[in-house]
Write a protein that binds this ligand. Structure first.
Ligand SMILES: [Zn+2]
Ligand SMILES: [Zn+2]
Length: 457
């Protein structure tokens, strides 16, 4: 009897010990970390929704993000980051940069940079939301509204939430986190300004750079990833076609630049349709054609403005070379003398395509799946819009970069649009209205989990 009791007790103690060790493993497990993150997100969500509405109601245009950057800097400080503000140097020496860099050092390990944009757009909001922007600015053409029509308010809210979550879970990761608030994305000046001021030399060099962007093509509550090219590169090209002006009734005494420029516009359409591999995306759009003053005067010159979008540097070179060849060829064929050949200017304010690093994107996709569940992770599509996020991948040490899509559309409206084949308002539309809950919750969960996985101890 006594022996049996002892045996039973010993078995019970062994079982108890085994149970405790299972519980101990569970407490430090990825599943436990996710549960912990979920409960932290739940308790912070009301304050993040208020932050989001504040950003949305108080948008600031590119290069003027004074109050926005001050709030981002203050929130990062509150979460325990070493903060440098007014970081960046624009090409014009008088311009003030509102770049923010928040640093959190947490032992040895990789350096990971997370980026948000700060700026809004000159768009008059027509969402009808109770927290719609009523901010107005004076422009040469009259008064215009200012709106976070690209959802950078959503990005900032997710960014600050992520910064807080990571500061509160330092025991789960090791390395250095660099959280950057980038101004002037919409005018593609901000990333260059921060890099010019030494973003990768004044602060720890990043091993990875990640970001998210909201998308109208993905329902709120879901995320989407794209391996390889996600956003196109953009170039602006100005062409001045020079001829000889004269009387409209005496064309034989002139070299008509309007006819030459018209032929150029038509011939440029053959670059994408006849010269490019049909599987290779490219856009050549002539968005502006200006010439002449009056019915019966043939002017001296004509001006064309083009936007060129490409996904790969080789394609970009090919398209730009074709524009030069066609423009000069048409002018030559029209008999324009050598000293009046067209002037072709490719703007220095260009951005390359945003290419998601393949190996990094695979890791990000795995993290996203673990964080929000397989059913909430979609394979996204690249689009021909452009971003200066691409510049971070080209600066030494040329870190792998990855941007993923954060769902923003109302799920019911998204489903209806899919069924009916209609379009929902997308970023830059005056009607673009991300659904803050669950977009913020999903964004913080997705981004925090991705960072945690990349910096796991
Ligand atoms: Zn935008
Ligand atoms: Zn944007």
């Amino acid at each position: 009897m006594t022996l049996r009791v002892i045996t039973r007790s010993a078995r019970w103690i062994r079982m108890l010990a085994a149970t405790w060790s299972v519980l101990a493993i569970a407490a430090g497990s990825p599943a436990a970390a996710q549960t912990d993150l979920d409960s932290k997100i739940n308790s912070n969500l009301p304050s993040w929704l208020a932050t989001y509405k504040h950003f949305h109601e108080n948008p600031e245009l590119s290069t003027q993000e004074k109050e926005t950057s001050a709030l981002v800097a203050a929130e990062l400080k509150k979460s325990g980051y070493e903060v440098t503000d007014h970081f960046g140097r624009y090409a014009s020496p008088d311009a003030v940069s509102y770049g923010v860099v928040g640093l959190l050092r947490n032992g040895p390990g990789p350096t990971l940079m997370v980026r948000t944009e700060l700026d809004a757009l000159p768009v008059t909001e027509s969402t009808g939301l109770p927290y719609a922007s009523t901010v107005r600015v004076q422009r040469p053409g009259g008064e215009i509204g200012v709106m976070h029509a690209c959802g950078h308010d959503l990005h900032m809210t997710v960014f600050l939430g992520t910064a807080k979550m990571l500061a509160e879970s330092k025991s789960q990761w090791s390395g250095t986190l660099v959280m950057i608030g980038q101004p002037a994305e919409e005018t593609i000046q901000g990333a260059a300004a921060m890099l010019r001021a030494g973003l990768f030399t004044q602060f720890p060099k990043p091993d990875y750079v990640i970001a998210l962007h909201d998308s109208g093509d993905v329902p709120a509550g879901k995320v989407a990833y794209v391996e390889g090219p996600i956003l196109s590169g953009a170039d602006s090209v100005d062409i001045t076609v020079r001829g000889y002006g004269g009387h409209g009734a005496a064309p034989q005494t002139t070299k008509d630049p309007i006819v030459i420029a018209s032929e150029i516009v038509v011939m440029l359409q053959t670059i994408v349709s006849r010269e490019m591999n049909p599987l290779e995306p490219a856009v050549v759009t002539v968005g502006s054609f200006h010439a002449g003053t009056k019915h019966n005067i043939i002017p001296d010159d004509a001006h064309l403005q083009l936007t060129v979008r490409t996904m790969r540097p080789e394609v970009r070179e090919k398209v730009l070379a074709a524009i030069t060849r066609i423009t000069n060829g048409v002018a030559q064929a029209a008999g324009v003398p050598a000293d009046r050949m067209p002037i072709i200017e490719v703007s220095k304010d260009n951005v390359p395509a945003t290419i998601n690093d393949s190996a990094l994107t695979k890791r990000v996709a795995e993290s996203l799946t673990r964080a929000v569940g397989k059913d909430n992770v979609m394979r996204g599509k690249p689009i021909m819009a452009s971003e200066d996020f691409s510049l971070f991948a080209l600066e030494d040490p040329k870190p792998p970069t990855c941007m993923f899509w954060l769902g923003a559309s109302d799920p019911a409206k998204w489903k209806e649009a899919q069924e009916k084949g209609t379009q929902l308002p997308s970023p830059h539309s005056s009607k673009f209205a991300p659904v803050p809950e669950p977009a913020i919750r999903t964004g913080v969960k997705a981004m925090s989990s991705t960072v945690l996985d990349l910096m796991k101890k």
